[in-house]
Every structure is written in C-alpha cells, then in structure tokens.
Design a protein around this ligand. Structure first.
Ligand code: S3P
Length: 179
C-alpha cells in the first residue's frame, strides 16, 4: 500500500460470484464495521432491481448510478463496502475508492465463478447464450483493473470464513499505527 494512505474503510472488488457480499459481511463483523453493498444501495435508492435498470435504462445508466454511489461513500468511516463486479472497471471509481478504503480484490477462476453463479438468475450480464464464454471474456477485460487492488485474495480454494479471516488480518496490518 502507498505510504501516506490511512484507509478507514475496506472495499471489496472482484468479479460476480467471487463472494464479495458473504465475505464482506463477515469481515464487517470481525472489524465491528458497518456493511454496505453498492448494488443493494442502488436498489434501495431507486426502488428498482438492478435487472430492471439494465433492461429499461441500459447499462450506461447503471454505471452512472454506481459512479454517484462511489462519490457519496467517500465521507464514510468504518464501513466494509462490497462493490458490483463492474464498478472498479471505471478507472475514476477505482482511484476514488483508494482514497478512502483499503481495496481488496476477491479473485476466482472462470470455472469457479461459473460453478457459483450457474444457478442464479439475477445478473443481467450473464443472461447470454453462452454465459461461460461471457465470463471468460469479461474477466479477461477486467483483470487489469482487479489486479490494481491493494490486496488480492484467491478464493478458488478458500472458504468464505477463511477469506474473511485473511482479509481482516490484512486490514489490521495495513492500518496498524507505527510505534
Ligand atoms: C455486475 C455485477 C453485479 C451487478 C450488475 C453488474 C458486473 O454485481 O452490479 O449485475 O458488471 O459485473 P455482483 O458482482 O455483486 O454480482
């Protein structure tokens, strides 16, 4: 982590199905922080589902909402923020997150991601004739953004509990005050 940064929040980034919400809730419990999920935030703000926003207004409208949320969250403290999978692929969003949070990426292979999302239907970007190919393509495009995180955690072989413990430890180390 860059010298001079003193993050008071933790942001989880990563592809759909990497466990940001489940891991994030546990990390928030361990740290005694609040938990916030950007998709839930947008849904409660607009009173609409993400799928509805994508279908009726289009993806650019959803991305604009995500950008607004990141700006609004900049004044928060002691919050674990689970972000939507595409949010950090906007360089401005990623840079803004780094100003107020330690950014942790949950990584997973396309095979693991498919295993985790195949029985879920709420993600508009995976409503595709070949969702496995779509996952591989999107992941390849997004990888350079995800890998700019301060901490990268591979979740292929880690349970939610293990990932949460690892991240809690990393946050404590990163925010330890020098003696
Ligand atoms: C998206 C991921 C979703 C949600 C939207 C778009 C993406 O969030 O924001 O469907 O672009 O990867 P999760 O990563 O929580 O599934």
């Amino acid at each position: 982590m860059q010298i001079g940064r003193h993050p008071t929040n933790l942001a989880l980034i990563g592809f759909m199905g990497t466990g940001k919400t489940s891991v994030g809730r546990q990390v928030a419990d361990h740290l005694g922080f609040e938990f916030l999920d950007t998709d839930e935030f947008i849904q409660s703000r607009t009173g609409r589902t993400i799928a509805d926003i994508f279908t009726k207004d289009g993806e650019p409208a959803f991305r604009a909402l995500e950008k607004q949320v990141v700006q609004e969250l900049s004044s928060r403290e002691k919050t674990v923020i689970a972000t939507g999978g595409g949010l950090p692929t906007n360089a401005e969003n990623l840079a803004a997150l780094k100003l107020f949070a330690l950014v942790v990426c949950l990584w997973a292979s396309p095979e693991k991601i498919w295993e985790r999302v195949r029985n879920q239907s709420h993600r508009p970007l995976l409503h595709d004739a070949d969702p496995q190919k779509k996952i591989r393509e999107l992941l390849a495009v997004r990888e350079p953004f995800y890998k700019q995180a301060d901490v990268l955690i591979n979740t292929d072989l880690r349970s939610v509990r293990e990932a949460a413990q690892q991240i809690t430890l990393q946050f404590k180390l990163a925010t330890r005050q020098p003696r």
